[in-house]
Design a protein around this ligand. Structure first.
Ligand code: SPD
Length: 301
């Protein structure tokens, strides 16, 4: 029954509009499902030569970075992706002095690589300078590594760089967005062969390899290709709330070292406290290689 007063008649109001500031970021996966995060405001929105770049202040996950409408990083995701991409190979290699990151514009991987005192030089080759600039302005925790004297950042096409450099690396990390647009080339076998050639004889490559739930063909094809190049290829997982399916995969590819047999327990124990990790630890290192059956099937050739 509507409220009524003698003087004013029936009260007219729309309580459903009390909360009009009701903005949501929606990211669809395969056009049938998706992630949705509540947005307080847009902090930056710009277009670089390569892609659209947005920084959003979200309600639940703090600041978040989206490239071409796909979330890459958020303050509240516990840094799982960056820590797993960096620490799993670095604790599996006995002397990771020279590390190369291809991509990685938000600098979260670089910052984690530089938590290792064994690293003498961490080179990051990112095609889009604007991603690094936007990240530096908005994500101080992720970009801390930029101020480390061991960091060397270049703004170049990663494929061209690796095809022309004569340098060799102990560890190469492919911190890539998705296999679309110009980055697609960096997911292909010919590029992985170039990476293999630029690794030292005991080198390790880790490549992000997409969602084992939504991108099964990508995972299957990448692992088949990589297994034709590297003697040892293992898939490992992490939980990433902002990525499709919240489950993410990495390809650990090695010329010599096994990620579990070569794990350096002593070095980990010495460094664990100072690293201030939010996701990675020694148990997670080992557990991340335990695969659910549906993932195991993707990489069983
Ligand atoms: N669809 C999002 C997949 C993102 C994977 N890579 C992220 C790179 C962030 N440095």
């Amino acid at each position: 029954m509507s409220k009524k007063s003698k003087a004013n008649g029936r009260v007219v109001s729309e309580p459903g509009m009390d909360n009009t500031l009701n903005m949501w970021y929606t990211e669809l996966h395969e056009n049938h499902s998706g992630n949705i995060f509540r947005v307080e405001r847009t902090l930056e929105s710009t277009q670089s030569k390569f892609q659209r770049i947005d920084v959003l202040e979200t309600t639940g996950l703090g600041k978040a970075l989206a490239l071409y409408g796909s979330l890459m990083a958020a303050e509240g995701d516990h840094n799982a992706y960056n820590e797993m991409l960096a620490h799993v190979p670095l604790f599996s290699h006995p002397a990771p002095a020279n590390v190369l990151i291809i991509g990685g514009g938000d600098c979260g991987c670089l910052t984690n690589v530089l938590k290792h005192p064994q690293v003498k030089r961490a080179t990051m080759c990112e095609i889009d300078k604007m991603v690094v600039e936007v990240s530096r302005r908005n994500f101080p925790k992720l970009t801390r590594g930029l101020d480390d004297s061991r960091a060397k950042v270049m703004f170049k096409d990663g494929k061209k760089f690796l095809e022309t450099t004569e340098k060799k690396f102990d560890v190469i990390l492919l911190d890539l967005s998705d296999p679309i647009g110009p980055a697609a080339e960096l997911f292909q076998k010919s590029f992985h062969q170039t990476v293999y050639d630029r690794l030292n004889d005991d080198g390790i490559l880790v490549a992000q390899s997409e969602s084992p739930f939504f991108n099964q063909e990508t995972v299957r094809n990448m692992f088949a290709n990589l297994s034709e190049i590297f003697p040892l290829v293992k898939l490992y997982l992490c939980h990433m709330i902002i990525y499709p399916s919240a489950l993410w995969s990495f390809a650990f590819c090695s010329k010599q070292y096994h990620p579990l047999d070569s794990f350096d327990h002593n070095r980990y124990r010495k460094l664990a406290r100072s690293m201030k990790n939010e996701y990675y630890n020694d148990d997670v290192h080992f557990g991340s290689f335990a695969l659910p059956q549906f993932v195991k099937k993707l990489v069983t050739l």
